[in-house]
Ligand binder design. Structure first.
Ligand code: 4AD
Length: 435
């Protein structure tokens, strides 16, 4: 039989015509002896096929078929995925599936480790495939945000010989006989791009040899990073605020924005301005709210690190995004610029989100060659390996700042998933490197 092949999405315009559709059998409902409904799935839509079963006995879920028939809107009062159905007159099996279908692999009630071993099959489920589609849309919205604002995209290496964060989270490897690492952040490379390209961004994998198993740490994650020349710290905060508000707006305007509400029905757009809070306000907030340091039994004091639990209590109680700024220098990275108004502090910012915690971190970067060299030495880092980073301060230094945002954490926030691994294609964390 002849008929034109269509994607399920394109069938809205083909009602009444005879068409041909390829897809995977998502579910089968048999009705009586010789009639069945098949939920057919192609890359992003599900819909119902009604067929006679006399030649469909061997059909099981996850088989691939090619169906011929006439499409029509579903009868009033009924519901079906895609709101249309195909009354089939013929179909061919392209690829069989075992008689019990994929039921032994595809079950959201199995132990998470078994589900992860079968991630390649679990992807075909409705929940995960929705999240992965949404992740693609969100990534596009990040890119569109940057391109609309005149940034250039760069592609930094992920095999490196320098570190941006502490050595304890470095993945080390043998690079043709030389020591090398998997990158923790592309920040230093982006900084070198500013004099050549101006405002730049990258969306690249970063790696952290994180030993603890938590709901928000991965060993490999997607890092959205940007670096901007000739800006002030306030400009940096404005840009981060603009990024978050604008990307959420773009996602919600996307033709497939319904995916957000299917996954997280309560999700809301964010309004400018986002709340800004200094570290010192945070210390005060904890005291006013009776939250003490559990180890010492005393209230937190200036200079102390605010651990994850009290930070979580603060964010969840305030219950809105917070730009948490100006930390004491000792608590932050060696390359951060001091606050000109208070030299104990650095011009740093953590973006905190309810339900997730920190989703982004950024700062103004130290511009002075001597200060930066000194900071390298204080942190036990050999300046020789960082000659290229220091050269930025030798040849026309300039005020600049940037940030890194964890795309997986952003997705965890957007989709309100319990665990960060739920928003990954193939999550990588301690003990998990397959499939
Ligand atoms: O705060 P971090 O460590 O900052 C940097 O790496 C800077 N050099 C970025 C920059 O300024 N260009 O990491 C940035 C973000 C975190 O806020 C978090 O969202 C994410 O990266 N992140 C992780 N996400 C998942 N698993 C992990 N183990 C992560 N570590 C950091």
């Amino acid at each position: 039989p002849t008929a034109k092949a269509h994607k399920i999405k394109a069938l809205q315009n083909q009602h009444g015509e005879r068409v041909k559709v390829f897809g995977w059998v998502h579910r089968i409902r048999r009705r009586g002896k010789n009639f069945m409904f098949v939920v057919l799935r192609d890359e992003n839509i599900f819909f119902i096929v009604q067929c006679q079963t006399y030649d469909a006995i061997t059909l099981s879920s996850e088989a691939t078929i090619c169906v011929y028939g006439v499409v029509r809107p579903i009868p009033e009062g009924q519901t079906a995925p895609g709101n249309q159905e195909l009354v089939a007159d013929y179909f061919e099996v392209i690829g069989h599936s075992p008689p019990d279908g994929a039921d032994t692999l595809l079950n959201e009630e199995f132990h998470p480790d078994i589900q992860l071993d079968n991630r390649h099959m679990m992807l075909r489920g409705e929940n995960i495939s929705k999240i992965l589609r949404l992740r693609s849309i969100v990534t596009q919205c990040f890119r569109d945000h940057y391109f609309d604002r005149g940034y250039y995209e760069t592609f930094p290496p992920t095999l490196v010989q320098t570190q941006v964060k502490g050595g304890s989270t470095l993945f080390c490897l043998d690079y043709f006989g030389e020591p090398a690492y998997l990158t923790q952040s592309s920040q230093f490379y982006l900084e070198t791009a500013c004099p050549a390209l101006g405002d730049v961004f990258c969306i690249t994998q970063s790696y952290r040899a994180q030993l603890g198993r938590t709901r928000r740490h991965l060993a490999e994650y997607t890092h959205v990073e940007a670096e901007c020349a000739f800006i002030s710290f306030d400009d940096l905060l404005d840009r981060i605020e603009d990024l978050i508000v604008d990307v959420v707006d773009r996602v919600l305007k996307h033709p497939e924005a319904h995916l957000v509400f299917e996954v997280n029905p309560g999700f809301k757009a964010r309004k400018r301005p986002l709340r800004r809070m200094n570290y010192s306000d945070g210390i005060e907030w904890l005291t006013e709210n009776g939250i003490k340091n559990e180890e010492t039994g005393r209230f937190y004091e200036f200079g102390e690190c605010i651990p994850v639990m009290p930070e979580r209590k603060m964010i969840d109680q305030i219950n809105e995004p917070i730009l948490f700024c100006r930390f004491p220098a000792e608590l932050k990275s060696f390359y951060m610029q001091r606050d000109p108004k208070d030299s104990r502090l650095v011009e740093s910012v953590d973006v905190l989100m309810p339900g997730v915690g920190k989703i982004a971190g950024g700062s103004m970067r130290m511009t002075d060659f001597e200060d930066l060299s000194e900071s390298f030495r204080e942190n036990g880092l050999k300046t020789e390996s960082y000659y290229w980073y220091l050269d930025q301060r030798k040849y026309g230094t300039f005020p600049h700042g940037g940030y890194g945002l964890g795309l997986d954490r952003f997705m965890k926030w957007l989709t309100k998933r319990h665990h960060i691994r739920d928003v990954c294609f193939y999550p990588r964390f301690v003990g998990r490197c397959k499939p």
